[in-house]
Design a protein around this ligand. Structure first.
Ligand SMILES: C[S@@+](CC[C@H](N)C(=O)[O-])C[C@H]1O[C@@H](n2cnc3c(N)ncnc32)[C@H](O)[C@@H]1O
Length: 270
């Protein structure tokens, strides 16, 4: 059976095949590998993770991290399929902006928003780089399962802080690093790698390659603090109702009962 049908879409963690550690990977190699993946495979292999979901078992409907977005200027980092922009657009945000490294993903966003009678300013660029996004402009910046792809976490958070107005809010979700360490094996969950290892590695998915690193939760928190954010909320819980809605044989739901598979952080620019 295909791995994604067991673990759910957009979730990498614990049981990948073909993992190769990367010693001398540089930023442009990583961008080239990953943008090729998102241009050619992307959502066909990983599916979309989009608002109201922050991950397989965490929902904005339950967490209410945004509050009222009507009249607010909003930017999504790694906007992918455009479904999250639809979610905030339908809640009457005044401006929608999206950035993504992949032209193909941005084309999907554009098509999707057009079908929903919405529009957004879309920019094709790595999130790590200067790309003409205005500073001190946005009320909200958010990202659903995209921030972890950055090759420069502190620099990316500094850029995001610069896009926000004072007191502006940044919300993002990503795979919980403990989830990346544990895999289902013979009806047990087994530790497969050390939590502390943040080295870059490549893995094969759907016949294509992705390159990433699994950062510790403290790495995210400390980088946010350095960029001038104050943490308002950190969510690690898996939602009971969503877990119950999945089949009892579902290994991913079983895992989500025992450990966090997604984390969501809401921070405010000082
Ligand atoms: C898992 S998808 C999530 C996107 C969106 N939430 C969705 O459901 O479609 C990750 C997105 O991040 C983009 N991405 C990967 N690396 C990036 C980078 N360095 N800068 C900007 N976007 C990047 C990919 O092209 C992809 O669209």
């Amino acid at each position: 059976m295909d791995k994604n049908s067991i673990y759910g879409k957009s979730i990498i963690g614990g049981s990948e095949v073909g993992v190769i550690s990367v010693d001398d990977m540089n930023t442009s190699d990583i961008h080239e590998t990953n943008s090729l993946f998102w241009d050619t495979k992307g959502n066909d292999v990983l599916g979309a993770t989009s608002l109201p979901l922050y991950g397989a078992f965490v929902s904005e409907e339950k967490c209410q991290l945004f509050g009222d977005v009507s009249g607010k200027k909003i930017l999504e980092i790694g906007c992918g399929s455009g479904q999250s922009l639809q979610y905030v657009g339908e809640r009457k945000a005044s401006e929608l902006w999206g950035i993504d490294i992949s032209e193909n993903q941005l084309e999907k966003t554009k098509q999707h928003l057009t079908e929903c009678s919405l529009s957004a300013r879309l920019i094709c660029s790595p999130m790590e780089e200067e790309c003409g996004i205005p500073e001190d402009y946005f009320d909200f910046v958010y990202s659903v399962y995209a921030i972890g792809w950055t090759t420069d976490l502190e620099g990316t958070f500094r850029r995001i802080a610069s896009y926000l107005k004072k007191d502006g809010v940044f919300i993002f979700s990503w795979s919980h690093p403990i989830h990346k360490c544990v895999a289902a094996e013979d009806n047990m969950f087994v530790f497969k790698k050390t939590y502390f290892d943040e080295s870059w590695y490549s893995l094969s998915l759907g016949g294509s390659t992705l390159t990433l690193s699994d950062r510790k939760l403290s790495t995210y928190v400390n980088a946010l603090a350095k960029a001038g954010f104050v943490i308002e909320q950190l969510i690690e819980e898996s939602d009971d109702e969503i877990m119950k809605s999945r089949a009892s044989s579902d290994n991913f739901a079983k895992k989500a009962k025992m450990l966090p598979v997604t984390f969501v952080i809401k921070v405010r620019k000082l």
